[in-house]
Design a protein around this ligand. Sequence first.
Ligand SMILES: O=C(O)c1ccccc1NCC(=O)[C@H](O)[C@H](O)COP(=O)(O)O
Length: 385
Amino acid sequence: MMRGTSLDSIPPSSLNRTFQDSRFIFGFKSNSSTLIINSSHRPSLPCLRAQQSDGSATDIPPVETKDRNLQVEEVSSRQGIRIRRRPPTGPSLHYVGPFQFRLENEGNTPRNILEEIVWNKDVEVDQMKSKKPLYTLRKAIDIAPPPRDFIGALMASYSRTGMPALIAEVKKASPSRGVLRENFDPVEIAKAYEKGGAACLSVLTDAKYFQGSFENLEAIRNAGVTCPLLCKEFIVDAWQLYYARAKGADAVLLIASILPDLDIKYMTKICKMIGLTALVEVHDENEMDRVLEIDGIQLIGINNRNLETFEVDISNTKKLLEGARGEKIRQKDIVVVGESGLFTPADVAYVQDAGVKAILVGESIVKQKDPTAGIAELFGKDISA
Ligand SMILES: O=C(O)c1ccccc1NCC(=O)[C@H](O)[C@H](O)COP(=O)(O)O
């Protein structure tokens, strides 16, 4: 094993997935060496090569996929992460009858909707990666529209209105609520949000569960909307960060319940490198504590929705900002976003009192016939001027 690097210091997302694309080479720095995860020697198993600070390199014997998966699960469970990653053996991608499926996949099916989304995303991303390898994305990033200051836009709005800045969500449907808006024109909705005083926009890009798309993100960016754009995705692989930036995103969502600490750390660094803002989302105390231990995080979202059960409770924002946690957040000058389940001026005032400087809102405004008026209704006043 190489000096200064253990499997614990390899981002689990790399261990698990970056090998799938034979042209991928990722570098990850540990204290005394640079770990280059290089799958170009594949076909069968990845080769890990540790490059020492003196320039020499050592090969690490490949780890069997099954063992590697166990190691990833072990790291995750030590951090209290309940969402498991897709096992290499299943579930089957084509339809098999329910009985046969259960028979063959005992213990091998997703336990809740978030796990199901993540397992599907693993497959989807692997397929996308083979069509658009990282080196093509690096070139696309060079010619993509330049990133805009997401946190700057939030803070400017907060100072201007004295109310939480709005990240307005362009969302057609969701697993918990079904279709929210039949007549869905993403560009029209984005423009209506901007007119109503939104500071930033969140654009769902997942097709299977939210009926979103990267085409929507690109179309909004190309339509001249000036609000910075959050790519609302289920990021499971660093490749997606490059893809989001290439498609014009200014920010991405990193969900702590599906990403181990090292992935969050590693992805946050990549975001900085390519000009993306990372909105790191937490739902409970354990996730908040984990994220507060990671250096360099500037923006945290508290989701009031439990993504495993769909339960929504806005007092979750207050709970996670109380006491020592709130103090630490203020000391670190982290901007907090209250997410989900906000419908009325009283809801907005409640999370503002709890300490948020921004809110992320979908359902209550996207369902309105006129989303511009929906924003004024949500805040109890016109926040556009
Ligand atoms: O909303 C869902 O059903 C959902 C299910 C699984 C994963 C994520 C999900 N939603 C993401 C969000 O939390 C919301 O889109 C966002 O915070 C806005 O919430 P809302 O204002 O309640 O629409």
